[in-house]
Write a protein that binds this ligand. Structure first.
Ligand code: URA
Length: 222
């Protein structure tokens, strides 16, 4: 029997998600923004949801916030090829009451509806570490009452990876930059460093595990 293919699982999931009508966000979307990057990565970044640029292109984090996230990855010597990036909800959440869309956080019911895609997506990738980008992602994947200002950068237990932590959302950092200093950018860079180091360490440990079992059984070091 051949091993199950991660690529096929994700590809099937992406195809199924592309016609999703489980919540009202489907009515105004241009694209379902499923996710992209390296599905074999030990680290998955989970944001909040697509904005205007993401909705137009079908790609996560390609607007202003995305550019800052790219820079924070680069400051750690990383590119999008090193990680996998997706979102809590796959369709743009916006308030259309004025006629012009204004991005908003996804509601609880939209978030719940989209777990049918996010949870199997994480299971297919099986990362060592998940880095939640922003509070809505942390509230969805870590705990409902997550306090981003107090609890960012801390490791938590996870049902979806070996460990999970959260960092500031780059859109929040951009707003803060207008008020003072780096707006928390150095915290984002530091949290990515922490998540990447843990992800690599845990992946190495996983790779070593069969060797260590073999050594125990043989009674000497291989
Ligand atoms: N903000 C997010 O949380 N996700 C995106 O894909 C873009 C902006």
């Amino acid at each position: 029997m051949s091993a199950p293919s991660l690529e096929v699982d994700l590809a099937d999931l992406r195809t199924a998600a592309s016609t999703c009508t489980s919540c009202g966000l489907c009515e105004r979307r241009t694209h379902v923004v499923f996710g992209e990057g390296n599905p074999a990565s030990p680290l998955v970044l989970v944001g909040e949801g697509p904005g205007d640029e993401e909705d137009k292109t079908g790609r996560p984090f390609v607007g202003r916030a995305g550019k800052l996230l790219d820079q924070a990855l680069l400051d750690n010597g990383l590119t999008r090829e090193h990680v996998y990036i997706c979102n809590t909800v796959k369709c743009r959440a916006a308030d259309w009451s004025t006629g012009k869309p204004v991005n908003r956080a996804p509601t609880d019911s939209e978030t719940l509806a989209c777990r049918q895609w996010l949870i199997p997506q994480l299971a297919a990738i099986s990362p060592e570490v998940i880095l939640c980008i922003g509070a809505p992602s942390a509230k969805n994947l870590i705990k409902k009452d997550f306090k981003i200002t107090v609890e960012r950068g801390r490791y938590f237990a996870s049902d979806y990876s070996k460990t999970i932590l959260a960092t500031l959302h780059p859109a929040y950092i951009l707003r803060q930059m207008n008020i003072s200093g780096d707006g928390g950018y150095s915290l984002l860079v530091g949290d990515i460093a922490k998540a990447w180091e843990a992800a690599q360490r845990l992946r190495e440990k996983r790779a070593m595990a069969p060797l260590m079992v073999a050594e125990t059984q043989l009674g000497f070091e291989l």
